[in-house]
Design a protein around this ligand. Structure first.
Ligand code: UDP
Length: 235
């Protein structure tokens, strides 16, 4: 096993599947299945999930709601997704804890680092909801921050593309994929891996990132076993 403790970042948008809003039950179940395979191998798994399928802070400004208010709405959306994933993982027989960056005692625990680590040691999947708990951040930043706090070996950013390309592969058929790349080259080439705040946090703490296609069954397991899948970003 190459990695013992991972932080998996899933976008909220991916949860929509083929729908244009909300949560697609097939996609949700597929993600739980993928996660359960690695948990059953004894890998410690933490998850940060986005909220873009329900609400994004930026979206609020268009409707006349101020940005900060919108960001809090976005954070609540990530808790809804976290609860969905929790429910689905439990249906797959996996023990879970949902921890939130904003206190909501009736539905989840507050984020307490030492507790999160203890849950992981007991092989519970820990889902971090409500992002960082602060406006003006993204769930990518939450993923980097929590990964550093719990001393994860790697951030696995599950997307619908199979890695980082030198151009947008969905627009440019000649785009080529990097199998590995340094943090420095990502800056130089202005590649879109994560937003800069999130990315810099990883770089400064020497936390490797792997961008990979989460929609291909088995990929998550292959990565933790050490197969070179997607794009590895490291020193
Ligand atoms: N958000 C925030 N602080 C955080 C994390 C998220 O304010 O620490 C808000 C922000 O408005 C963001 C929304 O929550 O647009 C949903 O998260 P994100 O857009 O990162 O989700 P994804 O793109 O992964 O679906």
């Amino acid at each position: 096993m190459k990695y013992k403790r991972i932080l998996l970042k899933l976008s909220g948008e991916a949860l929509m599947g083929s729908q244009n809003y909300g949560i697609d039950s097939e996609r949700l179940s597929m993600y739980s299945n993928e996660i359960s395979k690695v948990v059953n191998k004894g890998i410690q798994v933490a998850v940060v999930i986005g909220g873009g399928n329900i609400f994004r802070g930026m979206q609020a400004e268009k409707t006349g709601i101020d940005r900060v208010q919108g960001d809090y709405m976005g954070m609540l959306a990530t808790v809804i997704n976290g609860m969905a994933l929790q429910g689905s993982l439990e249906a797959h027989g996996i023990y879970t804890r949902l921890m939130s960056g904003i206190k909501m005692d009736q539905i989840c625990e507050p984020f307490i680092r030492r507790r999160a680590v203890r849950h992981l040691e007991k092989n519970r999947v820990v889902i971090f909801g409500a992002g960082t708990g602060n406006p003006y951040f993204t769930t990518d930043s939450a993923a980097s921050l929590r990964a550093i706090e719990i001393e994860a070996d790697v951030v696995l950013k599950g997307t619908r593309v199979d890695g980082v390309y030198n151009a947008d592969p969905e627009k440019n058929p000649d785009a080529t994929r990097f199998s590995s790349i340094s943090y420095e080259e990502v800056y130089q080439k202005d590649l879109k891996v994560m937003d800069m705040t999130a990315f810099t946090l990883c770089k400064e703490n020497d936390l490797p990132i792997i961008v990979f296609d989460m929609n291909t069954p088995g990929n998550l397991q292959r990565i933790v076993m050490g197969e070179e899948i997607g794009t590895l970003i490291s020193m």
